[in-house]
Design a protein around this ligand. Structure first.
Ligand SMILES: Nc1ncnc2c1ncn2[C@@H]1O[C@H](COP(=O)(O)OP(=O)(O)OP(=O)(O)O)[C@@H](O)[C@H]1O
Ligand SMILES: O=P(O)(O)OC[C@H]1O[C@H](OP(=O)(O)OP(=O)(O)O)[C@H](O)[C@@H]1O
Ligand SMILES: O=C(O)c1cccnc1
Ligand SMILES: [Mg+2]
Length: 550
């Protein structure tokens, strides 16, 4: 086993059967009003009205200018299994008001998502405000009933993947990132989703063992303070013996460590008095348990003991892995640790000491990493919990689900707040790219319009500000939607989590750096075609009541 202690992280295939049984995701995981509306639609003969709903967000999270779309696979699995069980129907009979007709419950009992068509952007793609990431078409009653569940599946997943991608961007690609948040997450399901989608967004692993098993994510970890404090002195060591890795000859690891500690204190010019005997005992015993993966939590004083035990292991043919620092000034302590390792490498002729891993944890967030980068640090790996999984900087992505067309007729939701006016009609979304491969603009059009063509000038208009418009000559045009669900089936080969993670990287590369920077990033442009612009504004005028002054 290698440490950052890791279980077998490859090989096993995702247990899709178990994943399918995220028992919490089921048709009753919704708001009551979806079901009461369903009854009213049914009563008023609107059940089969052909509807189109857009699922989109209005602002990017974390003061950023991009969002990573995640959660699609879960949405498709939900559609696949959509069915009210007998006990669901019994519960609804008890819960809905008296007078709800029996035939409605019979109708619900036979309802599935087979008549629904779902279009979506690929999972892992960067997405922008107002561009629907999912578009759902089909009979009004069922498409409405999907609203809350689809939102809960996409909102946190996308927020989490975006948060993780942001941590990855500030940490740089060479630093490892581990998700340590289960204990602080929003409950068990939040914890599992956090582990899954932080991996999607670019983390390298999680401490969450069930997430490792369910999603085939590498699981990694060190040990807690309790392990150190559980020993108060070397007298408590029940075993001190370890076999040499190659010769098999047994050595006394504690003796070796004590000897090295004396020499080290001299070389490093530190006093042995400051390092605790209990800590030494804990490290020796941990090293005996994991001689090939020795990774120790060091407090400010623990470096001496760590080096002593690592040298003792070296005597017996093993290489330690590294340390975790969980308190104090992480920049300073990581530099001190690296300096110490370099000194030991030279003086004790152990060149691999230069490569020891330094993990840092303790309340880390994006700003801490940026600040540590500025100060200069020698950290190889961040373990991040609370701020990552709770998305403390912005705890929700406001994805919404809005009706945009019914029976071929566009619908617009007006609001005093222009930002909240919906884009009516059934639309397609295109991403237009420059010659150097960067995404220039996302363009929404009515589905009836021909797609923009490479090399042809296309007028892109701000959806609400008349004077804002630009001609774009795309070098590449990408239709953002694929049909993912139709006629009761998933219609695309779904990517693995690994492939979605790769997609995140590739998709982020298409974004210019100024859209991705942390401070005051440039907004990415989302536009509508001239045709859609006029359509929206005509409809807006038709639907906006004319006031009267008297
Ligand atoms: N060099 C640094 N620059 C910026 N922030 C840092 C630096 N070193 C540590 N931090 C952050 O400062 C905070 C220190 O928190 P706090 O004072 O609670 O920790 P501590 O007292 O060192 O450790 P403990 O958790 O043992 O109490 C943490 O959020 C940590 O991530
Ligand atoms: O700080 P986070 O980003 O949430 O990372 C996870 C934290 O969980 C552990 O702490 P523990 O639960 O032992 O509590 P602590 O805060 O007292 O260290 C670990 O030592 C990290 O500090
Ligand atoms: O493995 C670790 O070091 C770990 C795991 C969870 C939380 N804090 C640390
Ligand atoms: Mg802590």
């Amino acid at each position: 086993m290698s440490q950052l202690q890791s279980s077998n992280s490859g090989g096993q295939f995702m247990d899709r059967g178990r994943m399918n049984q995220n028992g919490v995701v089921q048709p009753l995981l919704t708001d009551l009003y979806q079901i009461t509306m369903a009854y009213a639609y049914w009563k008023s003969g609107k059940t089969d009205d052909q509807s189109v709903f857009d699922l989109f967000f209005r602002t990017n999270p974390f003061h950023g200018e991009f969002t990573i779309f995640a959660g699609l696979e879960e949405c498709l699995k939900f559609l696949d299994s959509f069915h009210y069980s007998d006990s669901d129907i019994d519960y609804l009979r008890q819960t809905l008001p008296e007078g709800v007709e029996n035939d409605f419950f019979e109708y619900l009992a036979s309802l599935t998502a087979k008549d629904v068509t779902l279009y979506a952007i690929d999972e892992g793609t960067v997405a922008f405000p107002r561009v629907p990431i999912i578009k759902v078409e089909g009979p009004l009653i069922i498409v409405q009933l999907l609203e809350t569940t689809l939102l809960t599946l996409v909102n946190y997943a996308s927020l989490m993947a975006t948060n993780a991608a942001r941590y990855r961007m500030v940490a740089g690609k060479h630093v490892k990132l581990l998700e340590f948040g289960l204990r602080r997450a929003q409950g068990p399901d939040g914890g599992l989703s956090a582990s899954k989608y932080s991996y999607t967004g670019g983390f390298d692993g999680t401490s969450n063992v069930l997430a490792g098993k369910l999603f085939n994510i590498p699981v990694k970890g060190t040990h807690a303070h309790a392990y150190i404090t559980s020993f108060s002195g070397i007298g408590e060591l029940k075993t001190r013996l370890l076999r040499h890795k190659t010769t098999g000859i047994t050595g006394d690891l504690l003796d070796h460590a004590v000897r090295h500690r004396q020499a080290l204190a001299h070389v490093l010019d530190v006093s042995q008095e400051e390092s605790s005997e209990g800590e030494l005992a804990a490290m020796v015993s941990y090293a005996i348990a994991f001689p090939d993966g020795f990774m120790a939590l060091v407090d400010t004083s623990g470096l001496l003991n760590f080096c002593a035990v690592a040298l003792a292991l070296n005597d017996l043919g093993y290489h330690a892995v590294g340390i975790r620092i969980d308190s104090g000034d992480l920049a300073y302590l990581s530099c001190l640790a690296r300096e110490t390792f370099e000194k030991v490498a030279e003086r004790f002729k152990v060149p691999w000491f230069n490569k020891l891993t330094i993990v840092a944890s303790n309340d880390i967030n994006e700003d801490t990493i940026l600040s540590l980068n500025e100060q200069g640090h020698k950290i190889d790996c961040f373990g991040i919990g609370t701020h990552l999984v709770t998305c403390q900087r912005q705890p929700a992505l406001g994805c919404v689900y809005k009706l945009v067309e019914i029976n071929g007729q566009p619908r617009i939701k007006l609001s005093q707040d222009v930002e909240k006016v919906t884009m009516p009609g059934n639309k397609n979304a295109y991403r237009l790219y420059s010659a150097d491969g960067h995404a220039l603009i996302d363009l929404l059009q009515k589905v009836s319009e021909p797609p923009p063509s490479v090399g042809q000038k296309v007028l892109c208009r701000h959806p609400f500000q008349e004077s804002k418009r630009a001609y774009v000559i795309p070098s590449h045009v990408e239709l953002l939607y694929k049909v993912y669900w139709k006629d009761g089936k998933i219609t695309q080969q779904l990517p693995t989590l690994e492939q979605v993670r790769e997609k995140v990287k590739i998709s982020l590369k298409t974004l210019r750096n100024d859209h991705k920077r942390t401070l005051n990033p440039t907004p990415y442009k989302v536009a509508v075609s001239d045709n859609l612009y006029n359509f929206i504004h005509d409809l807006w005028l038709q639907n906006a009541p004319i006031g009267e002054l008297s």
